[in-house]
Design a protein around this ligand. Structure first.
Ligand SMILES: [Zn+2]
Length: 414
């Protein structure tokens, strides 16, 4: 009986390509840039999604909006949608509504805010957000709609979570949601975060490194370049500090093959402009270091190591060195490979896409961390190109159809 119902839903979803295109088109046109990206927020997208779902008779829609005076609506929407199954145990699919800016529009071959099919391959679409993270939202909506249209009550309940603010820190998104509704996910629920993945659909991300962004400020003394003895050259001291980053990396030399790359990484990145002219010796330098740290180390240990390096450089060059935290996100315990969500996902991917999955870790960060740090197993998986944030962001409608079928399959227990 249950098997028949499942086949009915999977068959209905198989014809979902046009629906995926329409949803993608509407969502991209509504943008959803957060205020830190000079946008007016996610409200229009949230309103659209809510009315789209209500048209199918889906009425259990809870708002956990975060007040934010920087956007016209005064709030950043977060939505929890529930479609009851036979059991209260819920498969959650989480998507973020915000996107990143288009960047240099000259690098796009099409209008980034109009979803466009490839001339030679109509399954391939371009537009900002089509991969990151609208495919997750689209698939969740498609499964919900298919259940209603087919009149099917699945074994598990389906929960959709649409959040704001993923691209600019999560404070108005998942963090707000957990602060307001700490128990909305129950023990035994399955949590899917389709915000990273692979083109072959085989990669399940179960672990993330800790992230520490540091800003280093080197303060020397500015002077005329023709009389360098009168000052303290901050650029030279900063250069020594940057070369020292490699020594810090050697100290944190553990390897863990679940991750790619399999080590902690420490990468000097942004550098602020110093003096505008050639004949002034700079007295102040500011640069940043992006650290991705294996879970076997604490971020405090890393910070201490960089502060010690700063003190050494300060002594050698007669400058002051401050090392400040820009962002700190400790690693959470990985989702076990034998957790219910991973086991169910592997089975569904095998059934729908015909491939075997493998589990691994990445240096990036998704909202899965917010679940893992609360002891909730969350799997990050999607069938995507992994071209988020790039110009000409692309996705396949068939990826969305397949992912929706995978989630639908996970709702049935036999
Ligand atoms: Zn994303």
């Amino acid at each position: 009986m249950s098997l028949e119902q499942k086949q009915k839903v999977l068959a209905a979803l198989a014809d979902g390509s046009e629906r995926a295109f329409q949803l993608q088109s509407s969502l991209t046109a509504l943008r959803g840039l957060g205020p830190a990206n000079f946008g007016d927020g996610e409200q229009a997208k949230a309103d659209y999604l809510e009315s789209w779902l209500r048209a199918f008779g889906i009425d259990d829609i809870e708002h956990v909006d975060a007040p934010d005076s920087r956007v016209p609506s005064g709030k950043r929407p977060n939505i929890i949608v529930r479609i009851p199954g036979k059991s209260e145990k819920t498969l959650w699919i989480l998507g973020h509504m915000d996107v990143v800016p288009a960047g240099d529009e000259n690098l796009w071959n099409t209008d980034p805010w109009t979803v466009t099919r490839d001339e030679n391959d109509p399954d391939l679409i371009y537009g900002r957000g089509v991969e990151d993270n609208q495919q997750a939202i689209v698939c969740g909506c498609m499964v919900a709609a298919a259940l209603k249209e087919q009149g099917v009550t699945p074994d598990l309940s389906l929960g959709l979570i649409f959040v704001s603010d993923e691209e600019t820190g999560n404070a108005y998104g998942i963090q707000h949601l957990f602060a307001e509704r700490p128990d909305f996910v129950k023990e035994g629920d399955l949590v899917m975060v389709p915000d990273s993945g692979s083109e072959d659909g085989r990669f399940i991300e179960v672990a993330e490194k800790g992230i520490l962004w540091l800003q280093v400020t080197v303060q020397g003394r500015q002077c005329h370049a023709s009389k360098p003895d009168d000052g303290r050259n901050a650029l030279v001291a900063a250069a020594a500090m940057i070369l020292g980053v490699g020594d810090v990396e050697k100290h944190f030399d553990a390897r863990n093959d679940i991750f790619s790359p399999n080590r902690s990484t420490f990468t000097p990145t942004k550098h602020e402009a110093n003096v505008p002219n050639v004949n002034t010796m700079p007295g102040r330098e500011v640069f940043c270091i992006d650290c991705r740290v294996l879970p076997c180390y604490t971020l405090d240990e890393v910070l201490t190591a960089f502060r010690a390096l700063g003190a050494k450089i300060a002594g050698e060059y007669g400058v002051s060195v401050d090392v400040d935290i820009v962002m700190s996100e400790p690693a959470a315990a990985p989702t076990p490979e034998d957790s219910a969500v991973v086991v169910s996902l592997k089975k569904a991917v095998k059934e729908v896409l015909g491939v075997e999955c493998w589990c691994g870790g990445v240096g990036g960060s998704t909202v899965a961390v917010s679940f893992r740090e609360r002891g909730i197993s969350a799997a990050v998986w999607a069938h995507i190109f992994e071209n988020c944030h790039t110009p000409n962001e692309a996705a396949r409608l068939s990826f969305a159809v397949g992912d929706a079928q995978v989630y639908a399959s996970m709702l049935f227990t036999d």
